[in-house]
Design a binder for this molecule. Sequence first.
Ligand code: COA
Length: 150
Amino acid sequence: MVIISDASEEDLEQIYEIEVESFDKPYPISLLKAYLYLSNIYIVAKEDSKILGYAIGIIQFKKRGHVVSIATRKESRKKGIGTLLLSTLEKTFINNNCTYSYLEVMITNREAIRFYRNMNYLVIYTKKNYYGRGRHAYIMMKSLINKSLE
Ligand SMILES: CC(C)(COP(=O)(O)OP(=O)(O)OC[C@H]1O[C@@H](n2cnc3c(N)ncnc32)[C@H](O)[C@@H]1OP(=O)(O)O)[C@@H](O)C(=O)NCCC(=O)NCCS
């Protein structure tokens, strides 16, 4: 059974493995570690002791949730784990009175964009060169107003 729990230092090695297989410019492990102290929510999806995915969120200005990062193991994709992680971030945002959630995604990352669209995120605008020269990002946003807290 997959369970969601708060991330801890012992999880970092596996989180970093997922990071490396998921992004062509992965966050260094030092940054993934720093977020344990800098973020408001840092969660892992675990089955037994294996981490299948992770997500990091920050609450900004007491009113908006920023999805800093989310990734699942390649072999564990399309099983609902990303949805579980993102919904958990959103619930925390809602419980902290956030009115919306937002994120950046590379405009070429079709799989993630489809995933976010299915989760009711909309493209709001494009941030040119956000990930480096010629590597543009979409800013996607989802309203959290009137969402039930089931
Ligand atoms: C984006 C990402 C986090 C999604 O994670 P995931 O675990 O595959 O997410 P889910 O399984 O919840 O949903 C993915 C798709 O599988 C489908 N799915 C979910 N459960 C399923 C099941 N049991 N059987 C078949 N399909 C299923 C979902 O409907 C969804 O469909 P979509 O592709 O049309 O959106 C993952 O692809 C990833 O880690 N990508 C690399 C890192 C990345 O790009 N992160 C985002 C950076 S901005």
